[in-house]
Design a protein around this ligand. Structure first.
Ligand SMILES: [Zn+2]
Length: 657
């Protein structure tokens, strides 16, 4: 029997900024669906990627002295790193600058032109001459060019148009006759009302944007957004290429997943393009809500994009995945705040899940040397209840995942986890030490719940699921191992005593995330990345002059330098280069770690005056948090290395500028 196929996509992300927690929500969401359907035995193809053409990308690249392709290459690495960190199990990563994509886009453009669905006309818009760019009314800033602030004027340019108007009725008819096509009714109604207002034909080329796919029969034009970005879903499968076997196998998509700001492109424009190409439409389009912070959409442009690296670093990838899937914008908007995130870890992951595992495994180790006992013939109603709730769980979770609702799937799983914890309270296994048969049965039932839950959780929090399976020493990872019949066969497993998650001190962690200035950390990480990109372009210059690029006075003013006095200095264990200092800066004493131990003996340094950059974001070095940086002067090969000190004695805490 051939496996049922399942093709799921995220949108391709526009490469003009760095990813934040909001970007992660769609991708983690899609990943849970891909993983779940693989567990169901389906032949899954999970696509993500990046949208790399357009004026904004070209401008940002130019600012950094890079070609657009170099700029995109660097950002792509960053996105792929993030997806790797988050455990995203995509099968293909499509880039709109990939050759196969460009070729497919050109063939599609040609095909639609030959068919008469693309025609040449005049595009009219608001034009900034120095910037050579068209803007829409809403893009203007105080009625002027949003880039340079100059006056814009109405202007025309020659452009190709796609006959969207021709397909308006068919798209509307399709939405109405396929109730599952758009998941949310609110979205569906919004789209229908757009169509009812009347659709204009769509401008699908520009002469003023150079960074794009050239129109095959008129090289003065590049293909504009719609026919470049949207066809990634079929170009990635080899549509119109020499090998279209993937396309034949996987198209139409089972699910296109995205956030709501691009609903219209996917529910109106994309179906119209597919109709023009005589291709079947995707089965379900789901435009979910936004992850919000203080009521605003989380995003780079608002400066409130919460950094996923910081959260994953400190709390683990699965804590972030769990939050996004359980509390994230699966349907409508969902708020993010640190306290809710931290509390969710404590209640669900620590109190409920980790607790169940550690109690069960501890009792098994203590009483049966970790050996699971076969169920006796004296099973009680309370045992049967727990077992049947657990067995039913597979079907319940499957139904929710069919409906694209991992949040409800997790809620159902946690209902059983909590039931199992209550079962421990109700059966009080610690009172059954003398009744080995009863104790064995209770622990058998708990083991069954844990194993079943772990098998299901592979789709949501795979690392945690795997840890539980390892702790249970159980390699059975498929859904068919969750059953009453199977339950009879699992005795004889050894279980290690283990702990999954540690309880968090919420107030302390809020401080870490808020007072300890995540923004600084985020800025540092982002700067690091941009510096790396810049470095590539400035390498030549630097070789010549050995200088860093010029910075604005405003940038220099951001740096705070003070005179500090070294109170103590000691070598860091197992790190022969590092010294740990405590440095007095007026009223404050800071811990700073520096890699200077081969140049200085700690004793020599006491009471010495040094200059300290005091507003550098804290960094963890060998587990020690370093707050600031001591300044040194050194020659190129670091054979000479000296502290920078004030010419005359100063009070510590004095400013340097
Ligand atoms: Zn301008």
């Amino acid at each position: 029997m051939k496996n049922e196929k399942y093709y799921i996509t995220t949108p391709i992300y526009y490469l003009s900024g760095t990813p934040h927690l909001g970007t992660c929500s769609t991708t983690v969401y899609a990943d849970s669906l891909a993983r779940f359907n693989r567990l169901l035995g389906k032949d899954v193809f999970f696509l993500t990627g990046s949208d790399e053409h357009g004026q904004k990308v070209a401008e940002r690249a130019e600012k950094q002295g890079l070609t657009p392709k170099e700029f995109c290459d660097a950002l792509d690495v960053k996105f792929k790193e993030l997806w790797k960190m988050l455990g995203i199990s995509y099968d293909k990563y499509v880039r709109t600058t990939d050759n196969y994509h460009i070729e497919t886009v050109q063939k599609i453009f040609q095909k639609l032109y030959d068919k008469g669905d693309i025609y040449l006309s005049q595009y009219e818009g608001l034009y900034c001459t120095p910037c050579e760019t068209f803007f829409t009314e809403s893009e203007l800033k105080d009625g002027k060019c949003p880039v340079c602030g100059r006056e814009v004027k109405k202007a025309q340019e020659e452009a190709y148009f796609f006959k969207l108007s021709k397909y308006a009725d068919r798209v509307k008819e399709y939405i109405l006759s396929h109730p599952d096509f758009v998941k949310l009714d609110a979205t569906k109604n919004e789209m229908l009302s757009f169509i009812n207002q009347g659709l204009n034909d769509l401008c699908v080329s520009r002469t003023s944007v150079k960074w794009g796919v050239p129109v095959p029969f008129n090289k003065n034009h590049t293909v504009y957004v719609w026919i470049d970005a949207l066809p990634n879903y079929i170009s990635a499968l080899g549509y119109l290429s020499d090998d279209d076997s993937l396309f034949k196998k996987y198209w139409p998509a089972d699910v296109h997943l995205m956030a709501k700001e691009i609903a219209r492109f996917h529910i109106i424009i994309w179906p119209a393009i597919l109709m023009a190409l005589d291709l079947p439409l995707p089965k379900v389009i789901h435009a979910h809500g936004w992850l919000t912070q203080s009521g605003l959409k989380m995003g780079k442009s608002l400066g409130n994009g919460f950094n996923p690296y910081v959260l994953c670093d400190r709390y683990g990838v699965d804590a972030v995945r769990y939050f996004l899937l359980r509390n994230g914008p699966i349907l409508g908007d969902a708020p993010y705040d640190n306290e809710t995130f931290l509390k969710l870890i404590n209640t669900d992951l620590v109190n409920d899940l980790a607790n169940l595992l550690s109690r069960t495994s501890a009792m098994l180790v203590q009483n049966f040397d970790g050996e699971l006992q076969p169920l006796s013939n004296n099973v009680l109603d309370i045992d049967k209840n727990l077992a049947s709730e657990t067995v039913c769980l597979v079907e319940i979770v499957k139904q929710y995942m069919d409906r694209l609702e991992p949040n409800n799937a997790l809620q159902a799983i946690w209902k059983v986890v909590r039931l199992a914890n209550k079962y421990i309270e109700d059966t009080a296994p610690w009172t059954q030490k003398e009744n080995r048969e009863r104790l064995g049965d209770i622990l058998h039932n708990l083991y069954f719940v844990l194993h079943s839950v772990a098998v299901l959780l592979q789709a949501f929090i795979p690392e945690t699921a795997n840890k539980i399976l390892v702790a249970l020493q159980n390699d059975d990872k498929t859904f068919d191992t969750i059953s009453h019949e199977y339950n009879q066969k699992i005795f004889g497993q050894k279980v290690e005593k283990t702990a999954l998650y540690q309880r968090l001190d919420i107030q302390k962690e809020i401080q870490y995330l808020e007072v300890d200035s995540v923004n600084k950390i985020e800025n540092v990480r982002e700067k690091n990345m941009e510096e790396n990109v810049e470095k590539q372009s400035l390498n030549n210059e630097q070789e010549k002059f050995n200088h860093k690029p010029t910075i604005d006075f405003a940038d220099f003013e951001k740096i705070e330098i003070m005179v500090g006095r070294i109170l103590t200095a000691e070598k860091v264990e197992n790190a022969d280069r590092l010294l740990k200092f405590s440095v007095k800066l007026g009223d404050e004493t800071r811990t700073i770690v520096s890699g200077v131990s081969k140049h200085y003996e700690p004793e020599y340094l006491l009471n010495k005056e040094v200059l300290v950059v005091t507003n550098l974001a804290p960094r963890k070095i060998r587990g020690i948090e370093s707050n600031g940086m001591i300044l040194y002067a050194f020659n190129e090969d670091e054979t000479e290395f000296y502290f920078v000190t004030p010419e005359k004695d100063m009070t510590d805490g004095a400013l340097v500028g």
